[in-house]
Design a protein around this ligand. Structure first.
Ligand SMILES: CC(C)(COP(=O)(O)OP(=O)(O)OC[C@H]1O[C@@H](n2cnc3c(N)ncnc32)[C@H](O)[C@@H]1OP(=O)(O)O)[C@@H](O)C(=O)NCCC(=O)NCCS
Length: 168
């Protein structure tokens, strides 16, 4: 398995992976919306490929953390692995690769809404532990933050997702 940043040639395969993993097209459309927005970070749209076939995808893009200041932090969404390739460590490898790139870029934190059991192993914790409020009425343990090396405790506030996420 190889992990690398996406290129234009990967766009159709990435849409397919998201559609098959989620059983709907909303997340594939979200990826396209983010690509067309100023929140897109090409380096952090990663694919996992096996024998040159795209089998997994993860996207980190900028969302807002609004406290005393408005800060751009990373939102992890969506992430998808083709059904036949799930539970083989591909999703985990994509998360780890993304967090390494994010650290190298000096990003402050990554935020995700997802399965606590899955994300806890990478160091994600409930956002409330860091004074960060979810914009969604969800249980505290599913809205999580992974502080990166550049994180400082002053980064607190409420998360706001950009318009690209409204349709999901
Ligand atoms: C979530 C997903 C990306 C994980 O990718 P993966 O390659 O299967 O993940 P890994 O093999 O690295 O890790 C497996 C872990 O993922 C979790 N997991 C995998 N599939 C899951 C599912 N359908 N529901 C809940 N948790 C799941 C489990 O905790 C599992 O851990 P375990 O094997 O120790 O029990 C993949 O299952 C997927 O595409 N699911 C459908 C789309 C989705 O829900 N994405 C949202 C992510 S928030």
């Amino acid at each position: 398995m190889n992990i690398r940043s996406e290129t234009i040639l990967d766009y159709p395969a990435i849409a397919e992976v998201n559609t098959l993993a989620f059983g709907q097209e909303n997340e594939a459309k979200l990826v396209e919306e983010i690509r067309h927005s100023e929140r897109y970070i090409p380096e952090l749209s990663l694919i996992a490929e096996v024998e040159n076939i795209v089998v997994g995808h993860i996207l980190f893009s900028y969302i807002d953390l609004v406290g005393e200041e408005r800060l751009q932090v990373l939102g992890l969404a969506p992430m998808a692995v083709l059904p036949d390739f799930q539970r083989q460590g591909i999703g985990s490898a994509l998360v780890k690769a993304g967090l390494e790139i994010a650290n190298a870029r000096g990003e402050v934190m990554a935020i995700v809404l997802g399965h606590p059991q899955f994300y806890h192993r990478f160091g994600f914790e409930p956002s409330v532990n860091y004074g960060i409020e979810s914009p969604f009425p969800v249980p505290e343990d599913v809205f999580m933050v992974k502080p990166l090396q550049s994180y400082q405790q002053i980064y607190q506030g409420k998360v706001i997702y950009p318009p690209a996420f409204e349709k999901v």
